[in-house]
Design a protein around this ligand. Structure first.
Ligand SMILES: NC(=O)c1ccc[n+]([C@@H]2O[C@H](COP(=O)([O-])OP(=O)(O)OC[C@H]3O[C@@H](n4cnc5c(N)ncnc54)[C@H](OP(=O)(O)O)[C@@H]3O)[C@@H](O)[C@H]2O)c1
Length: 330
């Protein structure tokens, strides 16, 4: 089968596109014929040599996939050949990734793709969607009528947070780095969008939520806690999920006096049952049209190295040339 893989961690040029043996589904696995995958920042960190866990060699890159079950392995009962499925959390914790024609996946990481949802949408919503759901529902316990601020309303995670917060009945304020991106964030349902390059974010927060926002979702890798705590209402919750190397100062006094709380998460530590709870809501919202993918670029799988360059230029180097997800197709 064709696959995008690395034999050694390093720059995007280390990604090879070529033939690897088609995997055989093991106990509890199904073999998925992959139609669409999407790129996440974590793919670039792992490819670059982030030492989170030992990698198989060769290592097929990528976490997200959508496609059709080709074959069920021994004891796999949830799906049968021909079923459309999507999933995430592959290429992580030492598992092989998804950027290939076929992928053998433990069936507990897969979900049925609704009939009215295409594979590109399913792949684009996967990792970023479960991350947003874990943060909003399991961690922040966002309630209808509450307000939330999220940085980057057209980003991979940010665009999911905007839409899911609306689906949960909250009021959403978000940022965008251009007027074009601000218009996209509005279309995704944000109640208010502030262009952080040309407008005063603090003034926007004050007019949107005079007593402060109930939840602050940080997508940036270097949070400014003085600012964040200043934006929060009493008993406000902060969701953190980026910036492994960040060591910013923290305003202890203002934080505890407001009785705020801090919630960190990484999606790959969620259990199969926790992720399935996210996927159930996502499937419902996406088939009802409440959750849309925000796809910024579609490329063939053979251009995986270029896709990594584009993702890195934006997430790490803030190029601002991407709005949402990069999807690759077989
Ligand atoms: N913990 C987890 O489980 C988990 C899961 C997924 C992702 N992550 C991490 O979360 C981070 C975001 O991931 P992603 O996929 O959403 O990345 P992304 O698609 O690259 O989005 C980054 C966003 O940040 C915005 N941004 C950049 N500089 C900004 C600034 N100064 N002020 C306001 N907004 C700014 C960008 O907005 P503009 O384009 O408008 O500038 C963009 O929307 C990454 O570090 C990733 O590794 C963690």
């Amino acid at each position: 089968m064709k696959a995008a893989y690395i034999e050694q961690a390093g720059p995007p040029e280390n990604i090879q596109f070529g033939e690897l043996p088609t995997p055989e589904p093991q106990a509890g696995q199904v073999l998925v014929r992959v139609n669409a995958v999407s790129v996440n920042p974590v793919d670039t960190y792992i490819r670059g040599g982030a030492n989170y866990w030992p990698l198989p060699s060769p290592f097929i890159i990528g976490c997200d996939l959508a496609g059709v079950v080709e074959k069920a392995g021994p004891g796999a009962t949830r799906f049968k050949p021909g079923d459309r499925v999507w999933g995430t959390n592959q290429g992580l914790m030492g598992r092989q990734g998804t950027f290939a024609e076929f992928c053998a996946v433990d069936e507990h990481w897969l979900y049925a793709t609704p009939d009215n949802v295409d594979d590109q949408t399913a792949a684009a919503c996967a990792l970023v969607g479960v991350t947003a759901h874990l943060g909003l529902v399991r961690e922040a316990r966002l309630q209808a009528g509450e307000s939330i601020f999220v940085h980057g309303g057209t980003g991979g995670v940010g665009s999911m947070v905007v839409q899911m917060a609306k689906a949960l009945g909250a009021r959403v304020l978000t940022t965008a780095g251009s007027d074009k991106k601000a218009a996209i964030a509005k279309e995704l349902g944000a109640d208010q969008v502030v262009n952080y390059k040309t407008q005063d974010v603090e003034a926007a927060v004050k007019s949107f939520a005079p007593d402060g926002v109930n939840v602050f979702w940080e997508t940036l890798r270097e949070p400014n806690f003085d600012q964040i705590v200043g934006y929060l209402a009493e008993r406000g919750r902060i969701v953190l999920m980026a910036g492994r190397d960040a060591r910013p100062p923290f305003p202890v006094g203002p934080f505890y006096v407001k009785e705020c709380s801090l919630h960190g998460l990484v999606m790959f530590k969620a259990s199969p049952d926790e992720l399935r709870a996210c996927a159930d809501d996502m499937n419902r919202w996406v088939s009802e049209g409440k959750l849309k993918s925000q796809i910024g670029q579609v490329l063939p799988l053979s251009e995986a190295a270029e896709a990594h360059r584009l993702q890195e230029a934006n997430t790490l180097h803030k190029a601002g040339t991407l709005a949402g997800k990069i999807v690759l197709t077989n």
